[in-house]
Design a protein around this ligand. Structure first.
Ligand code: OAD
Length: 237
């Protein structure tokens, strides 16, 4: 039974995606009507080439996302995962989300696989720039290059530390929980394979079964803001 597997787990690895923040009011990427990539062009807004083509457009779009995320709150799914870290010997949370909502809910040591929306970086050198948002695109005080949001764009490498720690965690965990992700974007989508090969019990929680659902030991369909609290409260009994 899933509850027993979770109760017996020594090291739980949780991978989250945009679905976990959907109930907070943050749009996902690939949902047919509301997903960001149904309305906006990812090549224009989420690639280095798109940024170089039109920095102000890309900068404004990320400012809009920052403002949106600043106005929402973590939901019961985020809070349940923060509580889970107190109920198991070890938990490592890897998130593809750039919204910081896990940290705001109280999760510690979150691995941000795709960066963070609120960090600014120099486009040329990648260094972090502590500069307030401007209406126009800020420039790096060191080299004069444009400042960009500190998220990972298509075609870019995952930050090395995040990549290494996430794959080491997947190889070490005995329970792998994938929540609110379409599992279509690699390398994050490959973490579950590493965990499975290492003998971990694998669990998917998603609004609807993903195309990989039948490769998991357990696949629960429903809202993460409902299923996670249910599962995690059952442990506390
Ligand atoms: P997607 O938009 O691809 O997938 C979100 C998943 O969440 C879908 O399978 C939905 O069915 C599910 N979902 C929606 N609402 C939910 C809810 N309330 N409870 C549970 N599940 C729900 O988002 P990601 O898998 O996170 O990358 O996308 C991965 C990456 O692609 C993102 O990090 C982003 C994007 O391009 C970059 O920006 C680099």
């Amino acid at each position: 039974m899933l509850r027993d597997a979770l109760r017996d787990a020594r090291h739980v690895c949780v991978l989250t995606g945009a679905g976990v923040s959907a109930e907070s009011g943050v749009p996902t990427f690939r949902d047919a009507q509301q997903g960001l990539w149904a309305k906006y062009d990812p090549h224009q807004l989420a690639t280095p080439e798109g940024f170089l083509d039109n920095p102000p457009l890309v900068w404004r779009w990320y400012r809009w996302r920052r403002e949106l995320v600043s106005q929402v709150e973590p939901n019961p799914g985020h809070h349940a995962l923060a509580k889970l870290q107190e109920l198991v010997p070890r938990l490592t949370l890897v998130t593809q989300n750039v919204d910081g909502l896990h940290q705001r809910a109280g999760s510690n040591d979150v691995i941000e696989f795709h960066g963070n929306l609120f960090v600014n970086r120099c486009f040329a050198e990648g260094c972090v720039i502590d500069k307030d948002d401007d209406a126009t695109v800020p420039t790096c005080p060191g080299c004069g290059s444009h400042v960009r949001p500190g998220v990972v764009w298509f075609g870019e490498a995952i930050p090395e530390a995040a990549l290494n720690e996430s794959f080491a965690t997947a190889a070490d965990c005995d329970l792998f929980l994938s929540v609110g992700t379409s599992s279509l974007v690699f390398p994050a989508a490959g973490l579950v394979d590493v965990a499975r090969d290492a003998g971990a019990v694998t669990v998917e929680i998603n609004l609807e079964p993903t195309e990989h659902a039948d490769t998991f030991d357990y696949a629960l369909a429903g809202k993460s803001g409902e299923l996670l609290p249910e599962l995690i409260n059952s442990l506390a009994i």
